[in-house]
Design a protein around this ligand. Structure first.
Ligand code: ADP
Ligand code: MG
Length: 381
């Protein structure tokens, strides 16, 4: 039997030094903080831990993707956000067990040599020897990094935090959701997302595609796509998907070009410099009907170049169709989320995952590296 992941046991934390791995990769535009959702999601985790009167809570996070120690990626920049909720927090470049503060924010774990290669010898030895580890960073759970699977491997006592568990249970709930099930996959990360279609096709009754994914499948289907966003090295994979799931796949039948023209894919061929930047009205009608009949919906990736008008239309319509449906709906992916936020539809989805790549990994594999590592270390004992 597969054991459930261990959740925080408050009785074990009293007077302990607790290492907490979070995702505090907050979004800045220059000096200005523009999105602190990731922090807001884990404030309850820290409050929960502190209710057990631990000796100290030590926060560890990555921030950006620095190649070396660049001051713009120092976690010191995050301190004011954290101090608004926990004024007693102290930022340190290096951990010192003699500190008196009850909350300590460590420097960016991606400043450590070996972080990206899962080499824990680059981590401060003291970080490896606290009393227990609480892992509450679902969004990096698919990465084999030193502060992710590396730490899980090292720690005898591991708990998964409430936000991690909530993400996992919500995605699990969608994967076992009622039929008819509809998956909608768009966006630009074509090579990452094509393998996901292979899994979702077994899950879904209808698989709607848009964006660069649809363009690549249409190209594989023999349509001339001009200068549209496609990934020609994924054409073989795209052809396999078409062969496997033609009956469930809902490909766009029309699209909007960069000049604003609406073209029907069965008739038109695009000029070499034309691009398909949005799905067309006929496709939207079919998508609306499919969404209305769904009981469970999984969505990832905008269906067009939504950052620029009028190519936002298709993605916005789909965001609204889902919001207005009575289905269990889950959405993940940075750009999909920013679209939903712009439209103010956040509360009309059953669950919004903040986990991007990990959301896709978990959908595709039903697990994450960090979970597999924990199981390998602990389930046999
Ligand atoms: P998410 O972050 O939700 O997982 P992705 O990062 O995969 O989504 O893709 C989002 C990006 O895809 C957006 O920048 C959007 O403009 C782009 N995109 C979607 N469809 C098209 C298209 N037809 N042509 C060009 N770009 C597109
Ligand atoms: Mg994105």
């Amino acid at each position: 039997m597969v054991l459930p992941l261990p959740q925080i046991d408050l009785t074990q934390l009293n007077n302990k030094t607790v290492l907490v791995r979070l995702d505090l990769n907050l979004v800045f535009d220059g000096e200005t903080l523009v999105d602190q959702t990731r922090w807001d999601k884990v404030v309850p985790t820290i409050r929960h831990i502190r209710s057990a009167n631990p000796k100290r809570v030590v926060l560890l996070t990555h921030f950006g993707r620095p190649k070396k120690q660049e001051s713009c990626w120092s976690t010191e920049r995050l301190l004011p956000v954290i101090q608004k909720d926990f004024p007693e927090t102290r930022y340190v470049k290096q951990y010192d067990p003699n500190l008196t503060e009850s909350i300590v924010l460590l420097e960016n774990t991606r400043f450590n040599h070996g972080e990206y290669d899962n080499d824990v010898t680059g981590l401060d030895d003291m970080i490896l020897h606290m009393d227990c580890l609480i892992f509450d960073a679902f969004s990096v759970g698919h990465r084999d990094h030193a502060s992710v699977t590396g730490l899980i491997d090292q720690y005898p006592q591991v708990y998964f935090g409430p936000h991690f568990i909530q993400e996992q249970l919500s995605i699990d709930a969608s994967l076992s959701g009622e039929t008819p099930r509809v998956a909608i996959i768009g966006g630009a990360k074509i090579s990452t997302k094509l393998p996901l279609l292979n899994t979702l096709i077994d899950w879904a009754d209808h698989l709607i595609v848009g964006g660069g994914i649809a363009n690549t499948l249409l190209l594989a289907n023999g349509c001339q796509m001009g200068d549209s966003l496609v990934e020609s090295q994924s054409l073989g994979q795209a052809k396999d998907i078409l062969a496997r799931c033609a009956d469930k796949l809902i490909l766009p039948v029309d699209g909007i070009t960069n000049t604003g023209a609406c073209v029907s894919f069965d008739k038109a061929t695009l000029n070499a410099d034309e691009q398909i930047l949005d799905i067309g009205p006929q496709s939207l009608m079919r998508i609306e009907q499919t969404i209305q009949s769904a009981k469970t919906i999984i969505w990832n990736g905008p269906l067009g170049y939504f950052e620029r008008r009028p190519f936002n239309h298709g993605s916005e319509q789909v965001a609204k169709f889902i919001a207005h449906s009575n289905a269990f709906s889950i959405v993940g992916g940075g750009d999909s989320l920013s679209l939903i936020n712009q439209l103010g539809l956040q509360d009309q989805y059953t669950y919004i995952s903040t986990s991007g790549g990990a959301f896709l990994s978990y959908l595709a594999e039903g697990s994450l590296s960090v979970i597999n590592t924990w199981r390998a270390c602990h389930e046999t004992h």
